[in-house]
Design a protein. Structure first.
Length: 464
């Protein structure tokens, strides 16, 4: 057994092991030598990738899946109390560990970089993981999405740096004690857990307060919520603050972002010197994520120019403006965007790459609570598309809320003058979109739910 496996985690059982966050922790533990098992509601490519590492993956949830010698049961906030495996663990006295605590234990003895923010966490974490790996630093990392293949969301490296996505949705990022923290933006979201923007700010303040003495906060100089956070944490002793962005006074100032099709060329002013590097994904927001990654890598000790060059190795992560294919002259792209700010940013990026073609969107709202609070803004964001198809709400972990449906979004979009169609039948979407699309158009499947599965079906229908 590797000494880097935390106590009680040598024979863990993960409930919901196929999820992005859970599978990453399971993968790292398996690579460190733990005997890992778990269950998920359905089989998947991620489950297959875990099995290839020797992980036991059960499909479905049953108390019998929990091994007699399990030393811990790992859960996320999405796991309900009535889950039979969780109930069996409590009945038998098996320790129940939250996902964030398991990840924090894996960070012990490393130099953690924790990436937080309402949007952009997965992309920025991925950029850092790819760039630091390209520099030969062999970091460990845990990302909320796959880089290039199922199971590539996490890795145990032999280097001393650990790059991790820090999730604010359930306050679990308070568990971490990073050497470097990144805060990309602070906005109101996750309405089931936060009642106000003030609660969000307090939560991010707590996260920043966990930065190790002498550590660094890399924070946006442009986004209003991040600027407010900076003003709140300036007096924390031993905290070095590095601001990044286009604002005149930013410590790492973005001087120019030059779009070049599906890439961007970024020029920054750093320590009085200009430096230009390439970001191999489209969009201003991704360019700004890359600059935050650059500042964090420098804070951990990576040479600035080498790091800037290495960032070009990042070519995207699954579901973040991922090209799924092309058929009949139509490109189909998958977007994870589900918050109005993310939706608008991705649509603006794709508009810049469309080269005269239309932008068509298949949007699936994610969560009833988010739709209740931000549905009107989602509808407004869809006004940036030439035409949209809106599906029913993807519930994920939530129960329905009376009166909250995707009609909230459709009505707001139409009120804003958008061309939008409501479609409850997922099986009808591929034919509907194929009938709308023309050569040169771009189709975005957009949302955090299973709308991603429609991309291949649309391509098949276009090809026929």
């Amino acid at each position: 057994m590797s000494p880097s496996v935390p106590p009680t985690m040598d024979r863990p059982h993960f409930i919901g092991i196929g999820g992005a966050g859970m599978s990453g922790i399971a993968k790292i533990l398996a690579q460190r030598g733990a005997r890992v098992a778990g269950s998920d509601s359905r089989d998947s490519e991620t489950a297959a990738a875990l099995r290839a590492l020797g992980v036991t993956v059960h499909i479905g949830h049953d108390a019998a899946h929990l091994a007699q010698d399990a030393t811990a049961v790992v859960v996320s906030s999405a796991i309900r109390a009535e889950n039979p495996e969780l109930a069996a663990a409590r009945e038998r006295g098996v320790p129940v560990v939250h996902r964030s605590d398991a990840l924090a234990a894996l960070m012990d003895g490393t130099r953690p970089i924790a990436v937080a923010g309402t949007h952009g966490k997965t992309t920025t974490t991925s950029m850092l993981a790819v760039a630091l790996t390209a520099l030969g630093l062999d970091p460990s990392y845990a990302i909320g999405g796959d880089l290039d293949e199922p199971g590539s969301n996490a890795r145990h490296g032999e280097g001393d740096v650990f790059v991790a996505e820090a999730d604010e949705s359930d306050r679990s990022f308070h568990t971490y004690a990073p050497e470097v923290a990144i805060v990309l933006n602070v906005e109101l979201d996750h309405h089931a857990n936060y009642a106000s923007l003030e609660e969000i700010h307090e939560s991010f303040e707590t996260f920043v307060g966990k930065v190790r003495p002498g550590g660094t906060l890399v924070v946006s100089a442009d986004q209003a919520g991040a600027v407010e956070l900076t003003s709140r944490v300036r007096d924390i002793g031993g905290l070095r603050i590095v601001t990044v962005g286009e604002a005149e006074g930013a410590d790492v100032r973005v001087v120019k972002i030059n779009p070049r099709g599906l890439t961007s060329e970024v020029t920054v002013l750093l320590d009085g010197r200009m430096m230009t590097f390439t970001v191999s994904v489209p969009g201003r927001h991704y360019a700004l994520n890359a600059v935050a990654a650059l500042a964090a890598g420098i804070a951990i000790g990576a040479p600035a120019r080498n790091l800037a060059s290495a960032l070009a190795n990042y070519t995207g992560v699954k579901r973040r403006l991922q090209l799924k294919g092309e058929a009949a002259g139509v490109q189909v792209i998958d977007s994870y965007a589900h918050h109005p700010t993310e939706m608008a940013a991705d649509l603006e990026a794709i508009r810049g790459a469309a080269e005269g073609g239309r932008v068509l969107v298949v949007f699936q709202p994610h969560l009833f609570s988010r739709t209740r609070e931000l549905g009107v803004e989602m509808g407004g964001a869809l006004g940036l598309a030439d035409a949209s198809v809106v599906l029913d709400i993807y519930p994920a972990r939530e129960d329905p809320i009376p009166g909250v449906t995707s009609a909230v979004i459709v009505d707001a979009a139409r009120a804003a003058g958008a061309d939008v169609t409501a479609e409850s039948d997922r099986d009808a979407v591929a034919g509907l979109v194929a009938g709308m699309a023309k050569p040169g158009d771009l189709v975005l499947t957009m949302g955090a739910g299973d709308v991603t599965d429609l991309g291949p079906r649309i391509l098949a229908r276009l090809g026929s």
